[in-house]
Design a protein around this ligand. Structure first.
Ligand code: HEM
Length: 191
């Protein structure tokens, strides 16, 4: 062994002089590694929780009309319910769903805000109400599987209108909206 390596390694050699020292050192290293791993997990989980908290109701961008729009992402029906302008002061956005797609109608606050004529559509999937051109509560969050042809057309027209005018936020995760399969003929169209 050269003089240099003997100088360098002698303290280490004396440090690991006994088997117990070696075992103790290895145990310490493993514990330190596990501790760092645990810290990393906790930090990652914390970041994830913060991200999820922000995902709901966080204003992120400004549209050309200078109205803040909501961060994009899918919502459950329960989450969507909070965006009717009345349920939660901390949720400034007005959202409605048509055919399972959520639109941010905040810029139409005069129509959709509390006290407005169409606030009844907010926080829910109002597809049946759009199909039947109704504002009745019984047509909110209701099944759309049995529609007349003209109702399907009306629903699709409303959908296009929302698509043209309002930003899409995402989908209703647990939506029970099913595209009407059969277009039942109305008396007028069967002639
Ligand atoms: C007396 C009956 C009603 C009158 C006089 C009326 C009148 C209006 C008017 C003037 C607008 C604005 C149109 C525009 O932007 O140029 C409008 C928009 C609208 N109406 Fe009605 N409406 C009536 C009933 C209904 C009903 C029953 C529904 C149910 C589906 C409905 C849903 C809507 C929706 C979704 C909008 C679009 C608002 C937007 O641009 O975001 N309306 N209505």
């Amino acid at each position: 062994m050269s003089a240099f390596s003997s100088v360098l390694l002698s303290p280490l050699a004396s440090f690991f002089s006994t088997t117990e020292d070696k075992v103790f050192h290895v145990v310490k290293c493993v514990l330190a590694f596990l501790f760092l791993l645990l810290c990393d997990r906790i930090l990652k989980q914390h970041e994830k929780n913060e991200k999820e908290k922000k995902a709901i109701g966080e204003p992120i961008e400004t549209t050309t009309d200078d109205v803040m729009t909501m961060k994009k992402g899918d919502l459950t029906r329960k989450e969507l319910k909070q965006f009717d302008g009345k349920s939660d002061d901390k949720k400034p956005f007005l959202l409605l769903a048509c055919k399972g797609t959520i639109f941010d109608v905040t810029k139409g606050r005069d129509f959709y805000g509390p006290g407005g004529p169409y606030n009844c559509f907010c926080g829910k999937d109002a597809s049946l109400a759009f199909a039947k051109v109704s504002t009745s509560e019984e047509h909110m969050n209701a099944n759309c599987s049995n529609l007349f042809a003209m109702e399907v057309d009306a629903l699709n027209d409303w959908y296009r209108k929302f698509e043209e005018k309002y930003p899409v936020v995402g989908k209703v995760r647990d939506s029970d909206f099913k595209a009407p399969k059969k277009r039942k003929k109305t008396k007028a169209s069967s002639k």
